[in-house]
Ligand binder design. Structure first.
Ligand SMILES: N[C@@H](CCOP(=O)(O)O)C(=O)O
Length: 463
């Protein structure tokens, strides 16, 4: 399998190089040259597999022969041994809803599914090549700690995570800053997640700096993140449909950076029978507006909501979708991104807008509706939703049988849950005692200069 850039400016590369490159060197996102196609017999056979067996099958065509099958299997086994549920990502039925629980990993959020694997993959590839990696990532709350837990203490890796100061939940903040391993560096920046993500991308786009400091990506700009997240769509479909390819399933996906829902789109493009794929946003509704109007228009600011991990305007994986929507026409992708850069908006033609509406449904859910959904689900079933999951459940209220992705454990968002139901969710052991632990974090401006200066002061001067 080869990988190309959405902007058409790189020669094809293999899987290992794609994982290490993160953002393509022309500023685009890496995409596979072709999407593997599955037939009904394969879907049927995969539907009964364990999560780990399924991950091996889903990943194999994308990895190609770059990692021996036995090694890939060992990486997968090591990555999911850290999950506390034997099924890794179980689907449960509660109050008439189906919930795909993605929060049984070390940091109690769906990001663990991909970042446990990516951490091990980085370590494997670096050991094989005898090289080093300095990860720089941005987080609106969940990616940061999952990435840190994916690589903490690992040789050959340093990790720098930028989070917007005061805009993540107290537990999310402590999950990151209480990890005191020497290779972990937390940075609180003044500004929003979009500001932090902009700085990270600007560091990656400074190619001499990226190469001299061997920068790597853990955000969903890294193709391996998308790929690993695709697995649970297959898993959930198998559990819900009983493996009958004539039984499509709908999914509702709380999303900010468009990575998780893009993974679902990829699964459908591979042949997974997905009926509706619902983009569930909070008040930061640029993606919902795009699905409804065909216009992707940036608002004047990012709103702070009860679902902070989705407080994002510029969804980085949107570019991957634009690429597929325009059948891989990289000139068109570049032209649209130019419009966005120059005017703060881009629009697709009516035929493509019709395709968008065939690919996705979308709904924006307000904070009062989020609280109301947490309350209603608790009242009817005793099940506690995290605010992000509540956004997804609310967005799917007219889709009976829809699988709603539970993106995080409700105990990560104590205040919102208490406001809704008057009590907090019992925390899993991994979240206990965080507020009392020693923590470490530096505060910096959200500028490329400030972050570069910090990296240079921590890392050895490259020779
Ligand atoms: N919601 C994310 C934002 C970063 O998204 P990613 O999927 O690109 O890592 C978070 O919780 O940090």
């Amino acid at each position: 399998m080869h990988y190309l850039s959405t902007r058409g400016g790189i020669a094809p590369i293999g899987f290992a190089d794609a994982v290490m490159m993160g953002l393509a060197t022309d500023g685009g996102l890496l995409v596979p040259a072709e999407i593997p196609q599955l037939d009904a017999a394969t879907l049927r056979a995969w539907s009964g597999l364990s999560f780990q067996d399924l991950a091996l099958e889903v990943l194999t065509p994308f990895v190609g022969d770059e990692i021996p099958r036995a090694d890939l299997r060992a990486l997968i086994d090591r990555s999911y041994a850290t999950f506390t549920h034997p099924e890794v990502t179980p689907v449960i039925k509660t109050g008439g809803q189906r919930i795909l629980e993605l929060f049984h990993g070390p940091t109690a959020a769906f990001k663990d599914v991909a970042l446990q694997l990516l951490g091990n993959l980085f370590a494997y590839l670096l050991a094989r090549d005898g090289s080093q990696l300095n990860i720089v990532g941005a987080t609106s709350g969940d990616t940061g700690s999952a990435a840190i837990y994916g690589v903490r203490g690992k040789e050959r890796i340093q990790i720098f995570i930028l989070h917007p100061k005061g805009r993540v939940s107290p537990i999310q903040e402590r999950q990151m800053t209480t990890v005191l391993d020497a290779n972990v560096h937390n940075i609180a920046v003044q500004g929003t997640f979009d500001d932090a993500q902009r700085v990270v991308k600007s560091l990656f786009n400074d190619l001499p700096f990226k190469s001299a400091y061997r920068l790597g990506a853990v955000n969903s700009i890294n193709w391996a993140r998308i790929l690993a997240q695709t697995v649970y769509y297959f898993y959930a479909w198998g559990r819900v449909s009983g493996g009958d390819p004539a039984q499509p399933v709908s999914f509702s996906v709380p999303t900010g950076n468009f990575g998780d829902v893009f993974a679902g789109y990829l699964a459908r493009r591979m042949g997974l029978p997905i009926e509706r794929l619902v983009i569930a946003t909070n008040r930061n509704d640029i993606l919902t507006r795009f699905v409804k109007t065909g216009v992707y228009a940036i608002e004047d600011r990012v709103h702070q909501t009860l679902s902070p991990a989705m407080d994002i305007q510029l969804a980085s994986n949107f570019e991957r979708y634009l690429y597929h929507l325009h059948d891989g026409d990289t000139a068109q992708v570049r032209a649209l991104l130019g419009d966005l850069q120059d005017t703060g908006r881009l629009s697709v033609d009516p035929a493509r807008h019709a395709q968008v509406q065939a690919d996705f449904s979308a709904a924006a859910v307000s904070d009062p509706e989020t609280l109301d959904q947490i309350r209603a689900t608790f009242a009817s079933s005793g099940y506690i939703l995290c605010p992000h999951t509540a956004v997804g459940v609310r967005a799917a209220q007219d889709l009976p049988g829809c699988v709603c992705l539970a993106t995080a454990h409700p105990a990560k968002f104590g205040e919102a849950v208490r406001e809704a139901i008057g009590q907090e969710a019992p925390p899993p052991p991994s979240l206990l005692g965080l507020l009392e632990k020693e923590s470490r974090c530096v505060e910096l401006d959200a500028t490329p200069e400030a972050i570069k200066g910090h990296l240079q002061s921590v890392l050895e001067v490259p020779t």
